[in-house]
Design a protein around this ligand. Structure first.
Ligand code: PLP
Length: 386
């Protein structure tokens, strides 16, 4: 049967200003990195989220790689991270020779299980990399306490976490990305705010600020030179080319200017799913995103957790038959072809459970009400029979 009116999983939303700003960037005559729009993006984040120092990068992957270089990760160092994450969280540290120590997810949401981190800390542990899955915060007070007590650095993988917050024991709400020593954001087209590809490193620990600029610009001190702080620039450290063209920053700035509108729309869609599916939770057929009291929701993602892999596959097929694309997510990294032989054998049941049972629903600015109703009705019908 041919299915019309396909509802994609994601549809990048354009605010309308992107090409206008790209035109301005091109017309300015400076379209390499750190131009006018890059500065505007940095200022936006510093002003709106209080990030002390931000550096746009060409991807979140790059920002994570910069973090691994900044922390001087060397072969033999151990890095603790969740198994249920994107490959980039792991690759950045593998590239520096780190030994990865994968930790299970929590039972109530896919974030790293803090209780299980403790047993994995050794004198060789150099960093913990919490991932704020679906933009929902990990318990950052607990992670920072553990890290500080053991002299370990924290790199937040905040790829999905723009405009989301952690409410600390002190009652203060802190933007995700402002808490760890370093943090990495993504502006890939699947994220709330995007520029096709794109990312950002946030430097919260001032000891890393000067070196971050150098690593980002091929190991040279060119940034300080352009600010007039030194009279010639040269090669002073290792580095690579992590800075994006100002064309990319121009696109990104158009999105950032519309952050509150985009977030408002996404939260409406998220809430509608969340209300409409509660009966299936009561019937114990599925579970829905759990937001701990210390976390906020940035409506990055809407997911359902089925009881088993068969029911999930059935649901994906039922939606597909109506032209709706729903997709599963990560496969546990400790079981990946690349890592399986290196894993220490610990069983990570929650990570495997999310790998088998979690499915993400279409979630994008232009998702229409009737489309969302079709999705919800299809899910309801499917679960009447299982
Ligand atoms: C999207 C994502 C990344 C990678 O972002 P890129 O900008 O595509 O490099 C890394 N980690 C997580 C958790 C992500 O969701």
């Amino acid at each position: 049967m041919e299915v019309k009116n396909t509802i994609p999983f994601n549809k990048p939303y354009l605010t309308g200003k992107e090409t206008h700003y790209i035109y301005q960037a091109v017309a300015s005559g400076k379209i390499s990195g750190d131009g006018l729009f890059t500065k505007k993006c940095h200022a936006f984040f510093e002003h709106n989220f209080g990030f002390k120092k931000c550096l746009l990068t060409t991807s979140c992957t790059d920002a994570l790689e910069m973090a691994a270089i900044l922390l001087n990760i060397v072969p033999g160092d151990e890095v603790i991270l969740p198994s249920y994450t994107f490959v980039s969280t792991a690759n950045a540290f593998v590239l520096r020779g780190a030994k990865l120590v994968f930790v299970d997810s929590s039972s109530d949401n896919p974030n790293i299980d803090i209780e299980k981190i403790k047993a994995c800390i050794t004198p060789k542990t150099k960093a913990i990399v919490p991932v704020h899955y679906a933009g929902i915060s990990c318990d950052m007070d607990a992670i920072m306490e553990l890290a500080n007590a053991n002299g370990i650095y924290v790199v937040e993988d905040a790829a999905q976490a723009i405009d989301s917050y952690f409410i600390g024991k002190d009652g203060k709400s802190k933007p995700l990305g402002s808490i760890g020593h370093l943090a990495a954001f993504s502006f890939h087209e699947t994220k709330n705010i995007m520029s096709g590809e794109g990312g950002m490193l946030v430097i919260n620990d001032a000891q890393f600020a000067a070196r971050a600029e150098i690593i980002r610009d091929k190991g040279t001190n060119r940034s300080a030179f352009f600010r007039g702080e030194i009279d010639k620039y040269g090669w002073v450290d290792m580095g690579s080319s992590f800075l994006p063209s100002d064309i990319l920053a121009a696109f990104l700035f158009a999105q950032l200017e519309n952050l509150s509108d985009i977030q408002k729309r996404r939260k409406e869609i998220w809430e509608r799913y969340h209300q409409a599916l509660q009966n299936l939770v009561q019937a114990k057929k599925i579970t829905l995103p759990f937001i701990p009291s210390f976390a906020t929701n940035n409506a990055h993602m809407y997911y359902i957790v089925c009881r088993n892999a068969n029911e999930r596959e059935g649901l994906i097929q039922a939606l597909k038959s109506k032209g709706v694309l729903a997709v599963f997510h990560y496969l546990s990294l400790h079981k990946s072809a690349f890592f399986e032989g290196k894993h220490d054998g610990r069983i990570l049941p929650n990570s495997d459970f999310y790998s088998d049972c979690l499915v993400r629903l279409p979630m994008y600015y232009e998702l229409e009400l009737d489309q969302q109703e079709l999705i919800i009705n299809t899910i309801q019908q499917y679960f009447q029979n299982v």
